[in-house]
Design a protein around this ligand. Structure first.
Ligand SMILES: Nc1ncnc2c1ncn2[C@@H]1O[C@H](COP(=O)(O)OP(=O)(O)O)[C@@H](O)[C@H]1O
Ligand SMILES: [Mg+2]
Length: 371
């Protein structure tokens, strides 16, 4: 009969033997830590079987097992151990296969999550890889769009800046050589040179602003300002231009909550919108500039009487250097105004859109109030 004391001794020695074997197992696992999980699982399986076997050997050395019992126990444990090792080998292979499927998916471009059933950890890794890939693709797309608009800008500079310069040079040469000499024409040339220089100065200024926007170097110095003040400023700044065409600027602000914006930059964006509206509205027309607060946003709407923008041009008006066909006339703008307005509004975490409405088109600037 086995006494409690004997049983405790059995447990003690078996545990001791198992611990020694497990110690070697852990050491081996440490040495193999950068090897395949399949190998490591095999080591775990082997260590478990050996630990059990060592326990049986030790207690049989303590004469607590008959030779017959020992043989039976060893055979049972060996058989069970072999089966356990086979199972861990299979599990290891499945892990290796799942991992390979994931690696193959990552190597393919674009990344498509493997449609095999993955263990939870690998499935999570696969999801995270998918998300990372999407972020990467979006970044790449942004980069390409930026690159395209940079190329456009370079093309723009070489064309739109050179043409007036060539004209200026021709006029200056004509004056210098005395080709034009009658006082009327000379006066006219001087006037045209001045106008062209003013226009070029404005273009260079716009170009500088746009390059700051593109470089992400637009540092906003926000301050609290009433929406009504912003609108009033856009109206008063463009009044002379409107008066020259007898256009009525109608500024209207419903609920003049204060907004946190860079007044100089946002003022510039609004001015660009109003100047466009004036340019495209026929003489004696009316332009409405409406400020309002709606759904936690500040909205500024500029509605003109331009007769509508062609449907296919609507999504393109904010592109750098885009000018509608009718606007491609000498003396017109350079096609940077709306790109600048959009850049400034987006720097304020807002957005800007356009639609045709009523007798003309309607530009809407939306700014989040809690920015
Ligand atoms: N208020 C408007 N009414 C009609 N068309 C407009 C208006 N604003 C802009 N557009 C169209 O969008 C184009 C781009 O505008 P913008 O970027 O300000 O460049 P620019 O004024 O120098 O032509 C204009 O050339 C014009 O075709
Ligand atoms: Mg413009």
């Amino acid at each position: 009969m086995l006494t409690v004391e004997d049983l405790l001794w059995v447990v003690w020695y078996a545990a001791l033997a198992a611990t020694i074997v497990a110690g070697f197992g852990l050491l081996l696992l440490h040495l193999l830590r950068s090897r395949s999980v399949a190998t490591q699982l095999l080591v775990v399986g082997a260590a478990t079987v050996l630990a059990t076997l060592s326990g049986i050997v030790v207690i049989s050395l303590m004469m607590m097992l008959s030779e017959h019992d020992r043989t039976v126990a060893l055979s049972v444990v060996t058989a069970a151990g072999l089966v356990a090792m086979a199972v861990s080998f299979l599990l290891g292979r499945r892990l290796v296969a799942a991992n390979r499927a994931l690696v193959d998916a990552v190597r393919r471009d674009p990344f498509v999550p493997p449609d095999v059933r993955l263990p939870a950890e690998l499935a999570e890794l696969s999801r995270e890889l998918g998300a990372a890939y999407e972020r990467l693709a979006a970044g790449h797309e942004r980069e390409q769009a930026l690159e395209a608009s940079r190329r456009e800008l370079v093309a723009w500079v070489s064309h739109d800046l050179r043409t007036p310069l060539a004209g200026l040079r021709a006029m200056a040469e004509a004056l210098e050589d005395g080709v034009v000499a009658d006082p009327g024409t000379v006066h006219d040339y001087h006037g045209r040179i001045r106008t062209e220089v003013d226009r070029l100065t404005e273009m260079v200024d716009d170009l500088f602003e746009l390059s700051r926007i593109h470089a992400g170097a637009l540092r906003l110095s926000r301050r609290k300002v009433g929406l009504d003040d912003l609108v009033a400023e856009a109206v008063s700044g463009t009044e002379p231009l409107a008066r020259a065409k007898r256009i009525t600027l109608h500024g209207d602000v419903r609920a003049g909550l204060p907004v946190q914006v860079d007044t100089a930059e946002l003022g510039r964006a609004l001015r660009n919108l109003v100047v466009n509206a004036i340019r495209h509205t026929p003489d004696d027309g009316t332009i409405e500039i409406i400020g309002e607060i709606r759904d936690g946003e500040a909205l500024v709407t500029v509605a003109d009487a331009c007769g509508g923008i062609p449907e296919q041009d609507l999504p393109r008006v904010f592109e750098v250097a885009f000018r509608g066909e009718a606007a491609r006339t000498p003396g017109g703008g350079a096609g940077l105004g709306l790109a600048i307005a959009r850049g400034i509004v987006e720097a304020h975490a807002g957005d800007i859109g356009v639609s045709n409405a009523g007798p003309g088109c309607r530009f809407v600037v939306r700014l989040p109030l809690n920015a």
